[in-house]
Ligand binder design. Structure first.
Ligand code: SF4
Ligand code: SF4
Length: 388
């Protein structure tokens, strides 16, 4: 039976003082997609990627941290990706790696994943396939013919290869835009009934996207869509935590669902204008973002503040620099509250108020969400899949 000994490590982990926790590494600028949502589009396919030796120096000088967020470019276009990930696990104690992919390079992907799973038996990987709508919409947004079909095929192969490998969570990440807004529920229903993924997560389009019209949605529209997406999170939560003993399962589900509902709340609040989060943003204190060429910043949405080349690629020195201290001081002054889930997640981990009050409260509210606004046929599908 679960008792306080079971819960204590969970609670302790959820109310700890701010410390360096996450490194965001744009591991390459190379990309084989042409997404109209891409905030990094003006830096793609440049010829100034960090060398392997420079990245090794980053790893050797960074303090220990838990979470490595890989970005790019398409990460699997970096030939030494497996060695880079393994190095951060071994040198820095990374226990979770977040890997986004467009799913267009299955051979490279499987080779790298097999190597990392083999070399790092204690590290967990979140592999996030990008799917931004049903076939025509997805292909039109990402500028690659047959992208949807090819990504689904890669997901099918990944399912065959890795089913039962608990350390590798196969997820889908969907960016909500004006163009796909109306079919995201259909995409969710399709993935839930026809694939065996571990979760589907939703971001609102952010930053300076090449196609600004994709941002034309309203806060009420987003709110309505989010209420219709919560049932998917509930379904995946059952699957994710189904193996746990009852008491621990309830706590895990509560934090998972409360956390996701809180993310939705903040996406809605900050979509049209910046509005204060219930916690301080810890960008720059608990995180550093390193671009493909060694330029660095506190978060992906704020400007570059320095170049690691000037610090001899010493991450600790960059974190402790006057420039970073000034940036940390500037963040609360600049009123730049955003919808970026990675930073909402990282910042909320260090807020006892969020962990002990906001998340449980958000969990309660999502239990009261109703689906009245959903079309009848959608409600029927929800019922058939036991989501409603
Ligand atoms: S969003 Fe990702 S996959 Fe798409 S163009 Fe940008 S880096 Fe490439
Ligand atoms: S609120 Fe958003 S934009 Fe502002 S510093 Fe934090 S992560 Fe960056």
């Amino acid at each position: 039976m679960a008792n306080w000994r079971t819960y204590f490590p969970i609670i302790r982990d959820r109310a700890r003082p701010p410390e360096f926790n996450s490194l965001f590494l744009f591991v390459t600028s190379r990309c084989n997609s042409l997404c109209r949502t891409c905030f990094y589009f003006d830096k793609l396919n440049s010829k100034d990627d960090l060398t392997f030796d420079q990245i090794r120096r980053l790893s050797e000088t960074a303090p220990p941290f838990r979470k490595l967020w890989i970005s790019g470019g398409e990460p699997f276009l970096r030939p030494e990706l497996a060695q880079i990930l393994t190095m951060f696990v071994r040198n820095n104690g990374v226990c979770n790696i977040n890997l986004p992919t467009n799913g267009l390079l299955p051979e490279k992907m499987f080779r790298a994943l097999d190597a990392v799973l083999d070399a790092c038996p204690d590290a967990a990987i979140d592999l996030n396939f990008s799917l931004d709508g049903l076939a025509n919409t997805h292909d039109a947004i990402r500028g690659v013919p047959n992208n949807f079909v090819r990504t689904l095929e890669t997901m099918r192969q990944a399912e065959q290869r890795y089913t039962g490998v608990k350390r590798l969570r196969r997820n889908v990440l969907t960016v909500i835009t004006r163009e796909n807004y109306h079919e995201i529920v259909k995409l969710g229903l399709h993935l839930l009934s026809d694939t065996n993924i571990d979760g589907q997560y939703f971001e609102t389009v952010r930053g300076e996207a090449p196609d600004k019209t994709l941002k034309r949605m309203s806060e009420p529209d987003l709110k309505d869509l989010h209420r219709r997406l919560m049932p998917f999170h509930r379904a995946y939560a059952k699957k994710l935590f189904g193996h746990l003993p009852a008491g621990v399962r309830h706590v895990a589900e509560m934090y998972y669902l409360g956390n996701l509902r809180l993310h939705f709340d903040l996406h809605e609040r900050c979509f049209e204008q910046p509005r204060k989060w219930p916690m301080a943003c810890t960008a720059g204190q608990t995180t550093i973002v390193i671009d493909h060429n060694g330029k660095f910043r506190s978060c992906e949405m704020r400007p570059i503040i320095g170049d690691l080349a000037r610090f001899d690629y010493d991450v600790r020195a960059a974190l402790q620099s006057d420039t970073m201290r000034q940036e940390i001081d500037a963040i609360p002054r600049d009123n730049c509250w955003c919808t970026h889930s990675c930073f909402i997640q990282d910042s909320s981990k260090f807020s006892p108020r969020v962990q002990l009050f906001e998340i449980p409260w958000a969990w309660l509210r999502q239990r009261m969400d109703r689906l009245q606004s959903a079309p009848i046929e959608e409600l029927e599908r929800y019922k058939a899949l036991e989501l409603a």
